[in-house]
Design a protein around this ligand. Structure first.
Ligand code: HEM
Length: 216
């Protein structure tokens, strides 16, 4: 495949991923209607009335506000041209992003994981996602402070891939609906595959890039 074709395909793929992330952010904002005040007949809150006001809400509300913000900020922070043009803003927004992920999205996701809708296997998948996200953002931050920017970029790409699982899991949910799969196992596998498969994809991409640079 020619280099032009490869570039075109990767530009189309990137645009599609950005559009998907924007769509999930928009849908989340629209679902606030069901969350504020909580509508216990809505898809996500159905069956959660007994424990919602007993602490779950302390994780839920910060999560649904900070989650979409980190998805948007991540898009800005991963942009090479933004970083080149506004390095100071990259640094400032990067601190905000790391703070939101480590102090809000991860702990709230971790706590909510224990109440995962589809039981313990889904719970472990989501708690694993929280732990992996905390690890990647910590490693990325450390590399930035040590001025190892190449390593920093790799960890932050991994971190965004994990945040992006919020998009992938909804995409998988959409596919399930279209295909008429309503089974619990389908949702349970999605709590794992929505972050592990993209993470493997990114590792392969990074390996290929390293190999290419090595060959040159
Ligand atoms: C470390 C990353 C994340 C973890 C561990 C995590 C974890 C969770 C968990 C455990 C739930 C409840 C699921 C259930 O009970 O079945 C949830 C729901 C939710 N999460 Fe996250 N999440 C993460 C990132 C994000 C991001 C980046 C967004 C951005 C859109 C987001 C938006 C939401 C929303 C809106 C809900 C409520 C359900 C809905 O309206 O679809 N999360 N999350």
């Amino acid at each position: 495949m020619g280099i032009q074709t490869t570039r075109l395909i990767s530009a189309i793929l990137r645009t599609a991923l950005v559009l998907l992330a924007l769509k999930v952010v928009l849908v989340t904002f629209i679902s606030y209607r069901d969350y504020m005040p909580p509508n216990f007949d809505s898809d996500f809150l159905a069956g959660r009335q007994s424990y919602f006001w007993q602490g779950y809400h302390w994780a839920f509300y910060p999560h649904i506000v900070a989650g979409p913000v980190t998805l948007l900020l991540g898009l800005v922070l991963l942009s090479e041209s933004f970083r080149r043009r506004w390095p100071l803003w990259h640094r400032r927004l990067g601190r905000v992003q790391a703070g939101l992920v480590l102090l809000v999205v991860v702990p709230s996701g971790f706590v909510m994981g224990f109440r995962a809708a589809f039981g313990p296997i889904a719970a472990v998948g989501l708690i694993g996602l929280a732990i992996a996200t905390a690890a990647t953002v910590t490693m990325g931050w450390r590399a930035a402070v040590q001025r190892r920017f190449d390593v920093h970029r790799k960890w932050m790409l991994r971190c965004y891939t994990l945040l992006f699982s919020a998009v992938v899991i909804r995409f998988l949910g959409g596919i399930g609906q279209v295909a008429g799969v309503q089974a619990d196992w389908y949702y349970i596998q999605a709590t794992w595959t929505s972050w592990i498969i993209p993470l493997i994809g990114v590792e392969l991409l990074l390996l290929r890039r390293r190999h290419r640079i090595g060959v040159r």
